[in-house]
Design a protein around this ligand. Structure first.
Ligand SMILES: Cc1ncc(COP(=O)(O)O)c(C=O)c1O
Length: 377
């Protein structure tokens, strides 16, 4: 019986050929031919003012915090149900996280609680589009505009997902993407900062280039470059951009493969879930999802754990996801306590993600599904 991993990265097109070309071009550091191609492609497709590839989504989030001049004592509103980088990027600048609970249906920020927790110290709101299913961006942007608070969309999961017909990542002042190995489009490690507010473009280029105006120098706009701001080294090698470009060129093929995988799980597990007090993901009719992941919500922590163990004993890797940040060691240090975000605490105990990658075969998926059907709750 072969093993079915949770994730398996795959080659889709010209990855090797384009990597070879970066070496032929004799430019394998950042912002070479392929980085520029990726920037232009994403800017055009998404209709974003500026895209800058970064070494990770974590680093794109860190750039956002620097760009917004987050200072010690500022507050960031963020769901507790997210990856640690969404919050750490702001905490690194001295911010205090204010954790907001999630909606039980989409597992996204509960926008109905947002207005109540805004204070004069609130300097940024960070919606996370969980599984690439859009947060309620019209309500969130309305509140952000009313209080004049910038928004950074953590869109690590959601490239090409849409909310009410508009691409995720095009609502906030900035958005951040991940090209980590587990994402739909990958360069192994990688990310991007999407800038919707042109006022920030020049400073973003500087922060990404170690606090220097080297980008302007390379464009011939100045005759030497120098240290002008704080910054770090956030640009990836063109080798990674070449790999990513080959993936993005095949976005329709990748998305159609993932759509098949998602629909296969959904159609075969829907009735079983209903009969066994489980639930499959909910996608509101006004959201177009990018088919990033498929999860089940079990009736309890105990049942979730025994399902994971049962699958594992049959060589199938299914995994849980985020632990609530407000009751992590760091979260408690910021005053978080059990009961602050009850939906997050509950969902985190009950969620299990099933193996999901472009090339998972129908045969392997059927094995996962049959095992689930034979699992006695
Ligand atoms: C919501 C969210 N934000 C940020 C990240 C960090 O992404 P990266 O590994 O590209 O830094 C992740 C990682 O999966 C994530 O799930």
């Amino acid at each position: 019986m072969s093993e079915i991993p949770f994730n398996r990265p795959g080659i889709i097109g010209n990855e090797y050929e384009y990597i070879k070309q970066t070496i032929t071009h004799m430019h394998i550091s950042g912002d070479g031919v392929y980085s520029k191609k990726v920037h232009a492609m994403l800017e055009e497709m998404l209709g974003v003012k500026k895209v800058l590839l970064t070494t990770s989504c974590t680093h794109a989030l860190e750039m956002s915090a620097i760009l917004l001049d987050i200072q010690p004592g500022d507050e960031v509103i963020i769901p507790s149900f997210t990856f640690v980088s969404s919050v750490n990027a702001f905490v690194l600048r001295g911010a205090r996280p204010v954790f907001i609970d999630i909606r039980p249906d989409t597992l996204n920020m509960d926008e109905s609680q947002l207005e109540n927790i805004i204070k004069p110290k609130t300097k940024v709101i960070v919606p996370v589009h969980y599984a690439g299913i859009g947060c309620e961006m019209d309500v969130i942007m309305g509140i952000a505009e009313k209080f004049n608070i910038p928004v950074v969309e953590d869109n690590a999961h959601g490239l090409f997902g849409k909310f009410k017909g508009k691409y995720l990542g095009t609502f906030g002042n900035f958005a951040t993407q991940s090209f980590h190995e587990t994402k739909n489009f990958t360069s192994g490690e990688g990310g991007a900062l999407l800038i919707n507010d042109p006022e920030y473009i020049e400073r973003a280029e500087i922060i990404r280039e170690k606090g220097t105006n080297r980008s302007r120098f390379f464009r011939g706009q100045i005759d030497k470059y120098t240290w002008v701001d704080i910054g770090s080294s956030y640009l990836p090698s063109d080798i990674l951009a070449a790999f990513l470009y080959a993936q993005l060129e095949n976005r329709e093929l990748i998305q159609s493969k993932r759509k098949r995988v998602w629909n296969f799980y959904a159609s075969r597990l829907k009735d079983w879930a209903e009969d066994n007090d489980f639930r499959i993901p909910f996608v509101p009719s006004h959201c177009e999802q990018p088919y990033h992941m498929f999860y089940l919500l079990s009736p309890s922590l105990e049942i979730r754990q025994s399902l994971i163990e049962y699958l594992m004993s049959n060589r199938v890797h299914a995994v849980f996801h985020y632990l609530p940040l407000h009751i992590s060691d760091m979260g408690k240090g910021f005053g978080g306590k059990k009961g602050d975000c009850p939906v997050t605490e509950d969902i985190s105990d009950r969620l299990v993600r099933l193996p999901f990658y472009n090339d998972i075969s129908e045969e392997d998926q059927s094995r996962v599904i049959e095992l689930i059907h034979s699992f006695s709750v």
